[in-house]
Structure formats: structure tokens, C-alpha cells
Design a protein around this ligand. Sequence first.
Ligand SMILES: [Zn+2]
Length: 391
Amino acid sequence: MSKLVPPHGSDEVMPLLIPEAERAEVLKFAQTLKKVPLRSREVSDISMFAMGAYTPLEGFMGHADWKGVCENMKTASGLFWPIPITCPVDKEIADSINEGEEVALVDPETDTIMAVMEVSEKYYIDKALEAANVYRTTDPEHPGVKSVMEQGEVNLAGKVRALSEGQYAEKYGELFVRPAESRAMFAERGWSQVAAFQTRNPMHRSHEHLAKIAVEVLDGVFIHQVLGKLKPGDIPAEVRTKAIQAMIDNYFVPGTVIQAGYPIEMRYAGPREALLHAVIRQNFGCSHLIVGRDHAGVGDYYGPFDAQDIFDELWDGALITQPLKIDITFYCKKCDGMATAKTCPHDKSERVTISGTEQRRRLAAGEPIPPEFSRPEVVKILQEYYASLNS
Ligand SMILES: [Zn+2]
């Protein structure tokens, strides 16, 4: 009997990837179907379905689920789910498909058939309603809202049978850990209480401190990075991984940390996305999710603690995985150590902080980064990366 939290709404993790033995035959069949090109968000969602990260969903949502999720964070069957997982397409494509028809969902970037879907429903949505409820804004400048506003007019719903886990499964190899695999890794180490740390950046001492707070009170920490499409200026996953590993190897007790990645595309929905991150981590076997300041936020759309507070608004039994709510962390010169806004009474001027922009400038220029801010082993790897860009 596993001591880990059960998957969300299910006794078992439910990967939607077709078993390998049947895949060739289904692929052959899929090649005869109408091909529907997807955007990167939906391609990423299929990778998430394929690995079982969206357990217990069986495919892209229909209208009743979409509406329930937007308005009440609940599917039509009463399952807690905070962000709609939908498959929008252009009207011309939707018009060419009949309900009940099977289609091949394609990643145009790699020209790969990602999945077969039997289209059970085609429907229009009120995009402003989705934006206002899920993103708490209808401002088209918000990247998540922009994506919704620009998406096709018609959503296709239906059960997904995945043929591929997507390009990142191959590209990242060992880092691409599926929920069934992370559960096995935790069980092997005898862990039952595990915190997930979501990141899409290299980890400096403030992040290390967050992870260590989790290790102090739980069995281990799962450093879980976002693999997927990068924004300009992002540090590539392989460099991030190396920098994070240098931190783990030099500053953590062996056997207290596992590093992995998963193929989500960020929606920047702040509080609602924090909830989605928790649902996903429950599927990976994590009892807790570290939720810091402005988790999954962007710009000034969300208050610093909105993503923490939203967990208190859920009904009993909605979610098993709980937030580890931690304030911003930093090195304080007067405390002479790492602290948080909750534990350090001193003036902000005592804190050693460097903005992201200033950090990139210094790294690119080969200028020093104080050891109170980032570990030298981490800085070295980042400096090498920036130097390679300049050469
Ligand atoms: Zn202090």
C-alpha cells in the first residue's frame, strides 16, 4: 500500500498514451484521418494527458465541463479542476468535421500526429467569461488572456488517445519523469510526504532556501521544472538543469532531492494556475506544493498572496495536495543568514537581492554575483552559458 497521496479523482494514474504494442497500428489508422493542426498549448496538453499528469481527465473538455470549470472550478461530474483544458480550432476546420468523427491531432512544428480524438462535441465559448474567471482580467496584454482571445472560434471536445508524448520526452530523456515513475522513485526512497517546487529558472539561494524549508518538515523535495517552449531570454533547460544539479550536489543532503521536468506550457493564470500545479503534483505523488509570492503570476495582475489564499476558498475534499505557503526569501546582512519576510524584522536595505535584469547583465558581462545571492558553483555554470552566447 503506497503511503503517497492518491492521484486526483482516481485510484490509479491514467496515462492516455496508447500502449506501445498497439501504437503502430493506431498510427497507421490515424494517417487516414483528417489532420487538425494544434497550437503549442494544446500540443503540450496532449503530452500532459499522455504521461498521466492530467489524471483523471480523458480528453479535451466539452461545453458543460468548460463552463463549470470557468465558473466554479468543477467539471460537470463534480470533479475539482481549476483551468479549462480545451482544444480550440478555426471555424473552417471545425465546419469540416462531423460530431462523432475521429480526427488526427497534429503538432505542426514537428509534423507529428500527437493523438487520435473522437470529436464528441463542437462548441463556441464566451472568451471574455473564460478570461474574467480564470485569469481575473480581460486585458488582452495578459499573455494567457491573449492566447485565449487569439485562439480559434470553436472548441473540439473528445476522448484523447495519445500516440506521442511530444518532442520534449525524447529531448530531455531522464529528466522527463512520468507520474508513475516519480511515485516509484518516492516509494523507493521511503518518502510519503513530498513537496514539489515549480521552477522555470535556475535556482539561487532564495529558491534553495524555499526547498530546504520543505526538506526540514517533509521527507523530500521534488524540483520540478517546466520543459517546453521558451520565451526569448530564457535560459535553456539543459543549462538550468546543470545549474540546479550543481546546487543539489553541493548544498543538499544526498537522497533529499529529486530533479525532474514536465512538459506544461505556462498560462500565467496566477492563483488558478497554482491550483492546477497542485492538481498535477498530486498526480506525481506530491503531498505539498511550495507556493511562494506571486506563484505563476505575470506583471501586476495578481496580489502577492492571491495564489496562496485561493487554496483556502476550496471545498472539503476538492484537493488532497496542500500548499506550503512561504513568503519571499533572501539573505539578510543583519540576520547574517537566510530569512523570509515573516522571520526577518530588518529594513529592506539589509537584504542581498539582485533583479533578474541586473543578474543577466552581470552574468553576461562576467561581473561577480555575491555568494549571499547565488552559489558560486551555480554562477559559474550560468557565466559559462552567457559567455558561449557572446563568443
Ligand atoms: Zn534580517
